[in-house]
Design a protein around this ligand. Structure first.
Ligand SMILES: [Zn+2]
Length: 82
């Protein structure tokens, strides 16, 4: 048994990030899967355009992927030892 890569990418897609509007500071929760399918969004509060593919957001997504990837190898290792 192993913890599949599919499972990990599914968890990554469903992971919610907080997107903050630079204009009014309103915060919205969006899943990584949703963010990947959109280049920008409108702030629900002030309707300003929030760009989603900024280096900060893609950096956050990468670090989530990395952390979960590490978790996957740790879990696979643990399961193997059982
Ligand atoms: Zn706003």
């Amino acid at each position: 048994m192993s913890v599949g890569t599919d499972t990990i990418s599914e968890i990554v897609s469903n992971y919610e990030l907080t997107i903050a509007c630079e204009k009014c500071g309103a915060q919205t929760q969006k899943t990584i899967g949703w963010i990947r399918q959109h280049r920008d969004m409108k702030c629900p509060q002030c309707e300003a355009v929030i760009v989603l593919n900024t280096s900060r957001i893609t950096g956050t997504i990468r670090s989530v992927e990395r952390r979960l990837g590490d978790l996957q190898s740790q879990l696979t290792e643990r399961i193997r030892k059982l």
